[in-house]
Design a protein around this ligand. Sequence first.
Ligand code: SF4
Ligand code: SF4
Length: 210
Amino acid sequence: MTAKPTFWHGILRESIPWFPTVSQDKCIGCELCFVTCGRGVYEVRDHKAHPDRPYDCMVGCTTCANICPTQAITFPDRQLVQKIEREHKILAIVRQEAAAKHTKLEAEKARAQAEDAVAAATTRMAFHIAGEFGEKRFLVKLEALIKDRPFDVVNLKLEVPTLKGALEKTPSHMAFEVTSTDQQDVTAFLADVRQLLRDNQLVLVNEARL
Ligand code: SF4
Ligand code: SF4
């Protein structure tokens, strides 16, 4: 399969003679260039580096030459790149590319901020309360609180130690979770739930964000 042509700021990459040349005499096969190059330009055979994919080299990069311990790697004079830049008038294309990059970065920043806001939002909160529930019709009031609002009460558990005790107003325990039905922040609604607990003289044993 023929490799898809690549371009450097609008110029066919294979028309730009910028790539490393390795002196096989000087190369000691340390493989530093092989592990360093993020473009995968090099292969190592018989303890020698070979730039098998020269046109994958980033135009203008000289990293591998800079780090080669035996100075086995050379590149064309950098003025070659500057000459190509002038001849092909690439700055107009670069301006468009820069604008696109700014837009992309801004979109990524906005998405990260939105994700942070979602992560910071409290969408589910667990309550553990104690008190006397029967006569106060607490569940009916809780139900009224969520009616026609984008919230729900889930995993509700009522623990009554003894039925006779409950009739004699022995405190019972209740656990439930307040959640948003559409992933909204429930913080404002939680204030109403806490107020309901206070109005009914119920003891908030614990509350925890989930
Ligand atoms: S860094 Fe230099 S010496 Fe080491 S393998 Fe690459 S070309 Fe050879
Ligand atoms: S100059 Fe940079 S991109 Fe090119 S082969 Fe070396 S390390 Fe890779």
